[in-house]
Structures are given as structure tokens and as C-alpha cells.
Design a binder for this molecule. Structure first.
Ligand code: SF4
Length: 299
């Protein structure tokens, strides 16, 4: 059954032929791969979604200052700011994505979905979707399963790691998972779900991985917020049946090709992009000195 997540075309064909929903096909796959019961899969999903909700809550209520000082309670500032740009819901979405990712940057507990660097996107998207649309936990978990199916294909055909494919592979993959999950949770059909994934990949394509001082803080935290916004815009577009034009499997192929051709300095090495700026370099030096000062004295 592992052929199921080779590509999106095959996934759709399998579901059509076996009269399975997208989320049920992922359950079947997980049961087969992990050799555990369906009940245990749902239990794992419940745990994962609980940790996501807790991360959002923690990031919005507890002190979130990272050791480097680069992250300093940004989520709470956004959440409490009086001025809204679009709507209260948009403000809350952004602050939740920031919040969960700040928890990761401050060494708290998150769900790596698909990676720790992108751990704010699904919590921000799904908790906000559930609240606005009045969805049950079960519906959200079905969306999470669809997101997992999306990630399996991206991992196979491109990458979900910044060190391999740049930030497009990390925050881009999480945004694609989120967009697919939103459309699925809102009753979209398979074409619309996959179209949302394709549109998201198109929006995130080419994003480099350039963490300042090699810490997953800047620009990672703000990219979680922008990726959450893109997941929502892509879902909105896909639900209206606006075509991505380039089929989803070809978008994934493009993502893999762009990732492969990206220079090493844009793959989590902290040697290019924002990490290589004057300020980025100065922060890097400061962090290094802090680390040396914290080393235990040798006798
Ligand atoms: S910049 Fe790199 S480390 Fe930061 S979120 Fe993106 S892929 Fe991860």
C-alpha cells in the first residue's frame, strides 16, 4: 500500500477505486505501516492536537523570551494589539501561529508538523478554523490526517526539511498541509483539497532557509505566521474552484527541483540570506560568546 503516497494522482485514484475518503486512506496506510490498531491512531491524533492547542495557549499566556533574546513575546503583543489590520479573526490566526512557534523557540513542547521549525502553522490554522467554523475535534483530526498524507508525498517527491530543500520545504510543506486540511474540513472535494496544496506550493516556492545564528527563531517565527495566512488564502481560492493551472504533482516536482538547485548557504547553514546580513552576523557572534561564557570552567 506504500504506493499510495507516491503522488497525488495515485492517492486520488486509490480513494476513487476503493470508495475511501482521503482521511480513511491515511488511516489504513498508518495501520498497515505501524502495525497498530485504528483506535491507537486516533489516540495519537488526539494527543497531537491537544499538544498543538496547549502550545497556542502557552505561547499566549506564558513568558516567551528565547535565550538569544531575538524572540520576546511577540505573539502576545500581536494578540493584544488594539488595531486590527483585516479582522479580529485574522489577528488571532497570526498570533496563534506565532505563539505555538515561540514555544518551540523557547524550548517548550510542540508537535513537529512536519518539523519543529514549522510547528506554529498547523496549530494556528486548525485552532482558529475550529473556533470560527464550530468544528469538532474529530473533524479537525480528519483534516490532520489529510495533512499527513500531503506531507508523506512531499517528503517522498521533494523534501520537508530546510536543510535539504530550503524553507519552502519546511514552512511551505506545513502551509500546504494546512491548506489541504482547511478545505477538507470545510467539505471540499479531493480536487479542491489538492488544488489548495498546489496553490500553496506555488506561493511558497523558492523560500530559502537562512536562520540567524543558526537558531530556529529569526525569520522562522514570523514565517510561521505568513505561512498560516497563505494556507488560508490558498484554501479560500481552491474552495471557489479557481484552478492552480499547474497540477499538484507538477508543483511538487518543481519544489523538489528548486530545492535541489538551491545553494548550500540557503539550506540551514546560516551562511546566506538573513543570517549573512551585518546584523545577522553580529547576533551570531554574540550568541557564540554567550555560549562560550556558559561553558563550565575546566579544572
Ligand atoms: S528558515 Fe530554516 S530553520 Fe527557519 S523555519 Fe525555515 S526551514 Fe526552518
Amino acid at each position: 500500500m506504500s504506493f499510495l503516497f507516491e503522488d497525488f494522482k495515485g492517492w486520488k485514484e486509490y480513494c476513487d477505486q476503493h470508495n475511501k475518503s482521503l482521511h480513511q486512506s491515511v488511516i489504513d496506510y498508518e495501520v498497515e505501516q505501524k502495525e497498530i490498531s485504528e483506535a491507537l491512531i486516533w489516540q495519537g491524533l488526539e494527543n497531537a492536537y491537544r499538544v498543538m492547542k496547549e502550545a497556542v495557549q502557552t505561547g499566549l499566556t506564558e513568558d516567551m523570551k528565547s535565550k538569544s533574546g531575538m524572540i520576546d513575546n511577540g505573539a502576545k503583543k500581536v494578540f493584544n494589539h488594539k488595531q486590527t489590520v483585516l479582522s479580529k479573526e485574522f489577528q488571532v490566526l497570526i498570533s496563534r501561529a506565532l505563539a505555538a512557534k515561540e514555544v518551540n523557540s523557547c524550548m517548550g513542547r510542540v508537535v513537529a508538523a512536519p518539523t519543529a521549525g514549522a510547528s506554529g502553522i498547523l496549530p494556528g490554522v486548525l485552532v482558529t478554523l475550529q473556533e470560527i467554523q464550530g468544528l469538532s475535534d474529530r473533524q479537525i483530526m480528519e483534516g490532520l490526517l489529510v495533512g499527513a498524507g500531503v506531507a508523506l508525498i512531499l517528503e517522498k517527491r521533494a523534501s520537508i526539511a530546510g536543510a535539504v530543500g530550503g524553507c519552502q520545504a519546511e514552512t511551505g510543506s506545513a502551509a500546504a498541509m494546512g491548506a489541504g486540511a482547511i478545505v477538507y474540513c470545510l467539505g471540499g472535494n479531493t480536487n479542491q483539497v489538492f488544488n489548495a496544496v498546489a496553490i500553496t506550493i506555488q506561493c511558497m516556492l523558492g523560500l530559502v532557509c537562512d536562520p540567524v545564528a543558526g537558531l530556529v527563531e529569526v525569520p522562522c517565527v514570523v514565517r510561521n505566521a505568513s505561512a498560516a495566512a497563505i494556507a488560508n488564502s490558498s484554501a479560500q481560492i481552491a474552495l471557489a474552484d479557481v484552478s492552480a493551472v499547474i497540477p499538484v504533482d507538477e508543483c511538487v516536482e518543481a519544489m523538489g527541483e528548486v530545492g535541489q538547485s538551491m545553494e548550500t548557504r540557503y539550506k540551514e547553514t546560516a551562511m546566506g540570506g538573513l543570517a549573512a546580513t551585518t546584523t545577522g552576523q553580529a547576533i551570531s557572534k554574540k550568541v557564540l560568546i554567550q555560549d562560550i561564557e556558559m561553558l563550565p570552567d575546566e579544572e
